[in-house]
Design a protein around this ligand. Structure first.
Ligand code: SAH
Length: 213
């Protein structure tokens, strides 16, 4: 099912500059249609973000590919994700052989994602809470990925990254962000690479945006 749409999407990702074969393979094999609402399944392999309820979205496949490629995932790496949402990004990381820890602040989305992981037999560690303070218990992480827009890079996430590890996070305003790719080069030293123009839903929490709802 969806084979034609899938191949079209993969060709588009390659054309947009995605080179990592392992990342492309993960996108080919993780069933995105199972992470979107049933009525939107026919759009699962379009290169667009889709609503998943509670005002949130599953990221556009190109964004997932860029962020995953930037993380440079290797088998056995311990990776923390902030913003579980549908669980799709976490499933991609799991497919690449990472041990995934993921945090979601919304209880309904958290429950749905956890159920999905169980149904798919994925051993992903889930937590419902504020991911801007990280998940200290299992730190340090070899990689951290934040899939919501942050006003700044939360300090706890920098602290919970191992030396040599990478932190991928969209930083900017609530409407537009620049992807920051930090590599931890020493105890409190980072190298930063930036990729412009992304649009994420806001990261809400202690070290994120204040909840104004
Ligand atoms: N990675 C997701 C996309 C998530 S959208 C996927 O693959 O589907 C961003 C998610 O971040 C939303 O579900 C939102 O509720 C969540 N979020 C926002 N602020 C958060 C915080 N401080 N901690 C954890 N999750 C947060």
């Amino acid at each position: 099912m969806y084979e034609n749409e899938k191949e079209k999407l993969l060709a588009e990702l390659v054309q947009q500059g995605i080179k990592d074969e392992k990342v492309l393979d993960a996108i080919r094999n993780v069933p995105r249609e199972l992470f979107v609402p049933e009525i939107l399944r026919h759009q699962a392999y379009k290169n667009v973000a889709l609503p998943i309820g509670k005002g949130q979205t599953i990221s556009q496949p190109l964004t997932v590919a860029i962020m995953t490629e930037a993380l440079k995932v290797e088998k056995g790496m311990k990776i923390l994700e902030v913003g579980t949402g549908s669980g799709y990004q976490a499933a991609i990381l799991d497919y690449l052989g990472a041990k995934v820890y993921t945090i979601e602040r919304d209880f309904d989305l958290f429950k749905e994602a956890r159920k999905r992981f169980q149904e798919l037999g994925l051993k992903i560690a889930t937590l419902c809470g504020d991911g801007t303070i990280g998940w200290n218990e299992f730190s340090p992480y070899d990689g951290i990925i934040v899939t919501a827009a942050a006003p700044d890079v939360p300090k706890p996430l920098k602290d919970q990254l191992s030396v040599g590890g990478r932190l991928v996070i969209p930083v900017g305003s609530k409407t537009t962000q620049i992807m920051h790719i930090l590599t931890k080069t020493g105890e409190n030293e980072f190298e930063v690479e930036k990729i412009p123009a992304f649009q994420f839903v806001p990261l809400i929490g202690l070290e994120g945006w204040k909840n104004e709802l």
